[in-house]
Design a protein. Sequence first.
Length: 282
Amino acid sequence: MIMLNNNLHIFIIAAETGSLTETAKKLYISQPAVSQAIKKLEEELDVKLFIRNKRSSLVLTDVGREILTLANQMYELENRLYQRAYEENQMMKGIVRIAAVPVAASLILSRVMPVFKKQFPDVEIELFESDPLSVKNMVLDYKADIGISTSPYLGLEHKVLMKDRMVSIDSDRPKAVDLSKVSDLILCRVAYESVTEQLKGTSIDLSHSLIVDAASTQINLIANGNGIGVISELMLSSIPNSLVIGKVKPEINMEISLIAHDFSQLSVAAREMTEMILEREY
């Protein structure tokens, strides 16, 4: 299903990978073919889309970033066009692109996706896991049809799925963690992004914390007496552990919501996925 200008399609993939080599591998074409497609698109538009950094990675120019957003909008419209045609012929095909924070992927999508795939086996699901702000930006930039992320929602439409809060965790006894007074926390990257986003505008600085990539690593470090941490209560509940939970000051309470530009304008498949997510209890 590619009606999109081929050079524009190659440009989208190159912007995602930041590499001519990886783009060629992903599209099963030669690297010179990728370079030629980008060159032709730049000539056609009469703009510079990429610059190369010292590591020979592709970096979008300012106008390149704007054109990428427009190209993703075109991709979304094309997907909706095909899905509407499939619907007219009593078929359900196409792609649903979902961006989600890890806790949502674990607790929500892991239950919904198997049911969706059984009901709509010809619909492809693309799942992107990332931190809350990146998830929202993917929806804003039309890289995902829908997202599941935490408040605030940056002007996107949202439907609340569940409530969450940040708690402190320790291997010994409950500790109330005052974020304005500690600088040696152990945080997973997603928790760090969530906390800093919620505390934006305050003087609290968590930059000296130990940041690890996975919540499971954070939990193992704390379980072995390496310090205390702050984590999403829902994320903690999804990983077996024997840690002791305490309070966080200031309190950080969050909603986890389904987000979209406009729920009424979703593609047929994305709308079915949305309804399936909303009808379940979490």
